[in-house]
Write a protein that binds this ligand. Structure first.
Ligand SMILES: [Zn+2]
Length: 398
């Protein structure tokens, strides 16, 4: 009898596993891929701990993304380093092949490789690429550009023309007039090549309606290099990531299939600086955009796939550092009193984190696996352990 039960249990577990992990080959009509740049599992846990504190609890509050039914972990090493950079990881996710740190859209042999955005465009999908940081930064660039250097921002911006993708959104462009500031402004180049470039939501709605290809830039980046972008809290007039995604959805519509990649890029920027509260604000900003995608999913549940992952962890964040009690009160009070700006200098910020029992071990990236959350058509493929190069094929149902 004991043996029989053991065999039956094994059979049932196998059936469940096959049902939960099968690759059934379906491809969603509407695909949202979110990348929290630098968002390790602890960034999610720390944000949820803060939300729990706000609710008067020790834990239990959840972001929307971490409530999605399918969950896995993705390995992140690059082709030449244990610890990846955003362009190598972005390329691995977008193109399904490992790349060297510092390169964009090319493999370790310097051969151009095809991102999922190009694959889907060829199949008739509309393509939207958006980020909370500049449009020509590493992660968004991995989906449309090919370059030996992620720092060739002006050259990367030019690859937007080659892509022909329908929608781009973000905080303007780094090296807007080239490294020396003496080249044709990026928006003028793009306008000359068929893109309508708008600044701010109101202008975007007015100018891009009915146009073929459109680019949304944050209002604060008008006629400016994106170098004025601040990662320590968005400029008041600027659109949140949720608002940016709403603009993308209004523009792309739901008649044609679409693929939208949305990057929460400032999570990484604030984690590099070990700024706990602005990191949390940026994770919440990303989760706000996930909510917009989720509302869309509820209208088209059988045709929509939402995947959220990260390119790598940034900062070596630990929830607890010395004391078992996180002093959220002090962290939050300082953040609110500063007008939600990172006003503490490096040492004072370090001291603040430590005294509140939030640990940061580095100002760089780390090499651990990152979370993958999914819901919708084909979401079960994201259960369990994977490599970041598996994500493209899993989305495509290959
Ligand atoms: Zn980074």
């Amino acid at each position: 009898m004991k043996h029989f039960l053991r065999v039956m249990t094994a059979v049932i577990v196998t059936i469940f596993c096959l049902a939960g992990c099968q690759n059934n080959g379906t491809k969603a009509k509407y695909i949202f891929l979110f990348i929290g740049d630098g968002m390790g599992a602890t960034h999610v846990a720390t944000t949820e701990s803060y939300l729990s504190y706000k609710a008067g609890k020790l834990g239990g509050e959840r972001l929307l993304m971490s409530q999605f039914p399918c969950y896995g972990m993705a390995e992140t090493h690059s082709a030449n380093m244990n610890v990846t950079c955003s362009s190598a990881a972005g390329t691995a996710i977008a193109c399904g092949e490992k790349a060297n740190n510092g390169t964009v859209g090319i493999n370790k042999d310097s051969v151009d490789i095809e991102s999922i955005a190009y694959t889907l465009k060829d199949e008739g999908y509309k393509i939207g690429i958006m980020s909370t940081v500049p449009i020509n930064h590493a992660t968004p660039a991995s989906f449309y550009a090919h370059n030996v250097s992620r720092s060739d921002y002006y050259g990367i911006s030019g690859d937007i023309i080659e892509s022909g993708f329908d929608f781009f959104g973000g905080a303007g462009f780094i090296d807007y007039k080239g490294k020396n500031g003496d080249l044709e402004p990026t928006d003028a180049v793009l306008e000359r090549n068929g893109y309508t470039v708008s600044y701010g939501a109101e202008e975007f709605r007015r100018e891009s309606a009915g146009k073929d290809k459109a680019i949304f830039c944050q209002a604060s980046n008008r006629n400016e290099s994106a170098d004025n972008y601040v990662s320590d809290g968005t400029v008041e007039a600027d659109a949140s990531m949720a608002e940016m995604l709403e603009l993308a959805l209004e523009y792309l519509g739901d008649e044609e299939p679409f693929f939208i990649m949305g990057e929460g890029g400032a999570i990484d920027w604030s984690a590099h600086d070990n700024r706990t509260m602005s990191m949390i604000e940026n994770v919440l900003d990303l989760d706000g955009a996930v909510k917009v995608a989720y509302e869309f999913y509820k209208k088209h549940p059988k045709q929509t796939l939402i995947v959220i992952t990260a390119d790598h962890e940034t900062g070596g964040l630990t929830l607890g550092c010395g004391s078992s009690k996180i002093n959220w009160e002090t962290l939050e009070n300082q953040w609110i009193e500063s007008g939600k700006k990172n006003i503490l200098d490096y040492d004072a910020n370090r001291q603040m984190n430590k005294s509140c029992s939030i640990g940061w071990t580095t100002g760089s990236h780390t090499g651990g696996a990152v979370p993958v959350y999914a819901i919708g058509a084909g979401a079960e493929r994201f259960n369990g352990r994977m490599d970041n190069t598996d994500i493209k094929g899993k989305i495509l149902g290959e």
